[in-house]
Design a protein around this ligand. Structure first.
Ligand SMILES: Cc1cc2nc3c(=O)[nH]c(=O)nc-3n(C[C@H](O)[C@H](O)[C@H](O)COP(=O)(O)OP(=O)(O)OC[C@H]3O[C@@H](n4cnc5c(N)ncnc54)[C@H](O)[C@@H]3O)c2cc1C
Length: 294
């Protein structure tokens, strides 16, 4: 059932990257909520596992003096949902974290595993796309930082080079300060279900009724999470009105490459994008200090 051929545990990033450099076939395991399910289902037939779970430096959230927020890749969804820095500065990410799995899964599943798994349905991804998050990757050759939009290459495929670990998710102050945000996960069941569609909208409002900036992150609207550049460009500087919001919803559909699956047809997903983008935007406007629109 679980054909685990070997198991290694490390307590530091340097130990992990040294081991990965010497044995690149090792499969990194964090919370294991994707890896072990894949092994159980035979999608991974046999593996030698490298557990990074005990690396303390990758756990938790820090806010630097300049306002940059650093989220350790091993931070669990429960920790994200309860973390005071996240709740105060980017509450939309705490809300998104709470839509993920159930309490048991959230207690072990990590945000780093959610990203590295490469699923378009990842509940953290659309919000992190909207926040223009950057990812710090480390190997025994050194470090590099990549925008999350460039990290997702295709379904289940990410830009993780052999021997690399995701260590931190970086959110710069200009990408959250003054923004209000809202995440909607649409799924068949209220709990323990993968998203049929995920929509994260963050926005900045000036003078109570002008959209200064709008960012829309979508999950399950294409092979990877994505942003909606045309809708975002249209929104900038517009007066808030039902007509503007309706047009933003319509334009958001243009960025999608939805497909039919057993969960929903392409057409239904496109309908969800148009409708849920509007709903998430309306909620985000209020959270950003703007006027409520019916
Ligand atoms: C019952 C159940 C319900 C679920 N519900 C949801 C849901 O509602 N929403 C959702 O988005 N997901 C859901 N998932 C999927 C899963 O829980 C998440 O994707 C989770 O965040 C994965 O994190 P993990 O730490 O368990 O990853 P792991 O299983 O440990 O790893 C996942 C992948 O990432 C790699 N990896 C992990 N950490 C790193 C790192 N730091 N550096 C490099 N590579 C790394 C691993 O090698 C592996 O390929 C669910 C899973 C289960 C079993």
């Amino acid at each position: 059932m679980y054909n685990i051929q070997g198991y290694f545990e490390v307590e530091s990033v340097n130990e992990a990257t040294a081991l990965l450099a010497a044995a690149p076939h090792l499969l990194v395991i964090a919370g294991g909520t994707d890896v072990l399910i894949k092994m159980h289902h035979g999608q991974i037939e046999k593996a030698e596992l490298l557990s990074i779970r005990k690396i303390k430096s990758l756990q938790g959230v820090v806010k630097l003096e300049d306002g940059t927020i650093l989220i350790g890749s091993l931070t669990t969804f429960t920790q994200i949902a309860n973390d005071p820095v996240i709740k105060e500065n980017i509450p939309v990410l705490a809300e998104a974290a709470l839509t993920m799995g159930g309490p048991q899964i959230r207690n072990v599943a990590t945000i780093g595993g959610n990203i590295c798994n490469g699923a378009t349905s990842a509940d953290s991804a659309s919000t992190l796309f909207a926040l223009d998050a950057r990812l710090k990757l480390q190997s025994n050759q050194g470090e590099r930082v990549v925008p999350i939009q460039e990290f997702y290459l295709g379904p289940g495929k990410v830009d993780l080079k052999p021997g690399e670990l995701l260590t931190q998710i970086i959110i710069s102050p200009e990408n959250y300060r003054g923004y209000g945000g809202h995440y909607i996960k649409f799924s068949m069941r209220k709990a323990m279900d993968i998203a049929t569609l995920g929509v994260a909208v963050i926005c900045k409002v000036k003078q109570g009724n002008i959209l200064e900036d709008v960012r829309i992150g979508l999950g399950v609207a294409g092979p990877t999470p994505l942003r909606c550049p045309e809708a975002e460009a249209f929104a900038r500087g517009k007066t808030i009105s039902p007509e503007t919001i309706a047009e933003i919803g319509k334009l958001a559909v243009k960025a999608t490459q939805a497909r039919t699956s057993w969960r929903a047809s392409k057409e239904y997903r496109e309908h969800l994008v148009e409708e849920l983008t509007q709903r998430a935007l309306k909620a985000a406007i209020v959270k950003a200090g703007g006027e409520a629109i019916a």
